[in-house]
Design a protein around this ligand. Structure first.
Ligand code: PHE
Ligand code: FE
Length: 287
C-alpha cells in the first residue's frame, strides 16, 4: 500500500498506530481557508435540484467559515448519530479504514488541495472528505449502513471479498443516486464534492442509471479517472440498509463464478431509469 516509488500525498510521520493525526487547525493558512470557502460557495450553488434533501439540510447544520474545525463538527455529529470524525494524513490501509467505520469513526484527510486543483483532484482531501461525506453521517439510517459496511469489510478480508465490497462503496457512498418524488438526486460524496459530476449525473443523457441491485453492483467495474458511465439508483436509505444486511459470505462465493460487467454497458435484468422522467420532474419543481 505504501509504495516508496509512488508515495502517498500527506504527512504520515506524526500519525498514531490507528493512522489518526491531530487536525492542527491553527496551521491552515488564510489562503487555504479562502480556497475552502470558494469550494463551498461554488458547490452550494449547485446543490438544489441535484443533492438529496438530507444532504442539503445537514450540510447547512455543519456550515463553517473556512476549513471546519473537527471538534465543532464532532459535537453536532455526536448528538445526531454518535459518529465522530478523526483526522488522517490521507489514504489509509483497508483494515484500518474498516475498523474506524465499524466504530463509527469517519477518517477525514486533514490537508487541502492546491488552488490549481480546484476542479479536480485524484486523492481525497479535506474538502471531499468533510463536505462530501460528513453530512450524510447525520442521517441515522445511512450512519448505520456505513458502520455495517465497516464490519462487513473486516469480514470480507477473510473471504476474498474486498474487491466486490469496494464496488458497493463506490456505487453507493461515493457515486450513489436516490429516486425521490422530486426526481433523481445524489447522496454520493464523490459527486457532491465535484463541480462537474453533480450536474452530469442527473442531467446528462450519456450515463446509464440502473436500479440498485446488490449482485449487479458488486459485479460492476468502475473508473476512478472520469465521470461514471453507470450510476445505481436506490429508493431509500432503508432499502440500502435492508438489502445489504444479509450475510455476504455466500454472495462472494457466487460472485467468483459470475462475469465482471463493464460500466459502459447494460445487461439483461437491468431496470433503467429514463432521463425524460426526471427532466420532467425538475421542470415541474422549477415552475
Ligand atoms: N451484510 C454484509 C456481510 O455480511 C456486511 C455489509 C453491510 C456490507 C452493509 C456492506 C454494507 O458481509
Ligand atoms: Fe470518499
Amino acid at each position: 500500500m505504501l509504495k516508496p516509488e509512488n508515495p502517498l500525498r500527506g504527512d504520515y510521520s506524526q500519525m498514531r498506530a490507528d493512522y489518526t493525526v491531530d487536525q492542527d487547525w491553527a496551521a491552515y493558512t488564510p489562503e487555504e481557508h479562502a480556497l475552502y470557502r470558494r469550494l463551498v460557495e461554488r458547490q452550494s450553488r449547485k446543490l438544489p435540484g441535484y443533492a438529496c434533501d438530507e444532504f442539503i439540510e445537514h450540510v447547512n447544520e455543519l456550515l463553517s467559515d473556512g476549513i471546519p474545525l473537527f471538534e465543532v463538527a464532532n459535537a453536532i455529529l455526536g448528538r445526531a448519530t454518535g459518529w465522530q470524525i478523526v483526522g488522517v494524513p490521507g489514504l489509509i490501509p483497508d483494515d484500518v479504514f474498516f475498523t474506524h467505520l465499524a466504530n463509527r469513526r469517519f477518517p477525514v484527510t486533514v490537508w487541502l488541495r492546491k488552488p490549481e486543483e480546484f476542479d479536480y483532484i485524484v486523492e481525497p482531501d479535506v474538502f471531499h472528505d468533510f463536505f462530501g461525506h460528513v453530512p450524510l453521517l447525520m442521517n441515522p439510517v445511512f450512519a448505520d449502513y456505513l458502520q455495517e459496511y465497516g464490519r462487513g469489510g473486516m469480514k470480507a478480508a477473510a473471504l476474498g471479498g474486498l474487491g466486490y465490497l469496494a464496488r458497493l462503496y463506490w456505487y453507493t457512498v461515493e457515486f450513489g443516486l436516490i429516486d425521490t418524488p422530486q426526481g433523481l438526486r445524489t447522496y454520493g460524496a464523490g459527486i457532491l464534492s465535484s463541480g462537474g459530476e453533480i450536474l452530469h449525473c442527473v442531467d446528462s443523457p450519456a450515463p446509464h442509471r440502473v436500479r440498485f441491485d446488490l449482485m449487479r453492483v458488486m459485479q460492476t467495474e468502475y473508473r476512478i479517472d472520469r465521470f461514471q458511465d453507470t450510476y445505481f439508483v436506490i429508493d431509500s436509505y432503508d432499502q440500502l440498509f435492508r438489502e445489504t444486511a444479509q450475510d455476504f459470505a455466500p454472495l462472494y462465493a457466487r460472485l467468483r463464478g459470475l462475469p465482471i460487467i463493464d460500466p459502459s454497458v447494460t445487461v439483461g435484468g437491468d431496470t433503467l431509469i429514463p432521463l425524460a422522467r426526471h427532466h420532467d420532474l425538475n421542470r415541474r419543481s422549477a415552475a
